[in-house]
Design a protein around this ligand. Structure first.
Ligand SMILES: Cc1ncc(COP(=O)(O)O)c(C=O)c1O
Length: 362
């Protein structure tokens, strides 16, 4: 079992909020949307603030109704639980379904919180590793099969698309994983709005599937904190028994409902971000860097054949007011690597000017 560097850290220390000053800095390090909440979402937040003396709906009935409509595939509100961001639901899944002495499997490099929550419970984290030579796709299915047979995990986490590598696993792979996973398979679709691919319809036939989603990325609501999980009724009931009384505050519930009324605006914004991502990838490749295929709102960028990313690149960029995520020490990442969120064209132009100077000396 590999020791992961964040074991001894608190979740807060693992996220570099101490150098995060939107407005003064170009923030391309946390996968946030460059678009602010729409005007009507902002108005809904102001309206909700004026009645914040009342408790929120503990069951978030109206929001779960709206989410069921958005998710589609005959998903019913009672098959959904909402949380304070999908982070909250990852923790809830681990607390609810990981038994004493149990094991969690995932595919590193991946979202740090799966390993972090497992370690916090004092249980075994036995990830498999993606390889750079395989473009950070998940390992071969035979390898996965024997790992699952050996480890017999309570939980398998698959971020799809994956953070920080950006890649996507197809439906056939997920179906195979569902069949082989002895416990629960959690498919984290935090970036669903960018990828367009979902397995949420499979919850009707597979009781061992939990799908996680978020309004942080596609819906521009990272600061409001709304995530949701979709699964069969029994799994959702089990999670509800472990959840806080008021997991999602009233302002967040109202903001989420307002955002869900504007899916067309959201989709148009996604189209723009995807176009900007493609341009950014072309420019970085032109600089001789290695850019991994992404189905998200960020790119993983490594040193390439032609040019190297200096080890202190993220630090030097931060000194010039541009924050990117240094992934060099992320478990499973080979070589120097940056995760760059797709910002606005103006922000990306600034970023490219600096990177060009660091990697080519011009
Ligand atoms: C794969 C993945 N899952 C979950 C999250 C957490 O998102 P949130 O708690 O904002 O919903 C993130 C955040 O970056 C992520 O990349």
């Amino acid at each position: 079992m590999t020791e992961l560097p964040y074991r001894s850290l608190s979740a807060r220390k693992a996220v570099p909020s101490y150098w995060h000053r939107p407005g003064e800095q170009i923030c391309l390090h946390l996968g946030e949307s460059p678009f602010p909440p729409t005007e009507s979402v902002q108005q809904a937040i102001r309206d909700a603030a004026s009645v914040a003396n009342y408790y929120p709906d503990t069951n978030a009935v109206a929001l779960r109704d709206d989410l069921a409509g958005y998710v589609g595939h005959k998903v019913r509100p009672e098959q959904i639980i909402v949380g304070n961001g999908s982070d909250d639901l990852i923790q809830l899944v681990v607390q609810t379904f990981l038994s004493k002495g149990g094991t969690v499997v995932s595919f590193e490099p991946t979202f740090f919180y799966y390993g972090f929550c497992t370690a916090r419970e004092g249980e075994r984290y036995a990830p498999m590793f993606r390889r750079r030579a395989d473009r950070y796709n998940v390992p071969g299915m035979e390898e996965i099969h024997s790992h699952l047979q050996k480890e017999k995990p309570d939980l398998v986490f698959l971020a799809n698309p994956n953070n920080p590598t950006g890649g996507l696993v197809d439906r056939q792979h997920v179906l195979q994983l569902l069949e082989w996973t002895p416990g629960i398979l959690v498919v984290d679709e935090c970036y669903f709005e960018f990828a367009g691919l979902s397995v949420v319809d499979l919850i009707h036939e597979h009781e061992n599937l939990i799908v996680l989603r978020s309004l942080s990325k596609g819906f521009s609501l990272a600061g409001v904190r709304i995530g949701y999980a979709v699964a069969c009724r029994e799994r959702i009931d089990a999670m509800e028994r472990m959840a806080l009384t008021f997991p999602v505050n009233a302002i967040a519930q109202t903001a989420a409902r307002a955002a869900l009324r504007e899916t067309e605006i959201m989709r148009e914004r996604i189209r723009q971000i995807v176009a900007w991502r493609k341009n950014l990838a072309c420019e970085l490749i032109r600089l001789g860097l290695d850019v991994f295929p992404s189905h998200t709102n960020f790119l993983l960028v490594c040193s390439g054949l032609l040019n190297k990313i200096p080890d202190d690149c993220a630090l030097r960029l931060s000194e010039r007011g541009i924050l990117v995520s240094d992934q060099t020490h992320t478990p499973g990442i080979e070589g120097t690597a940056l995760r760059i969120t797709v910002g606005t064209p103006g922000q990306l132009e600034r970023l490219l000017q600096e990177i060009r100077e660091f990697v080519t000396g011009n």
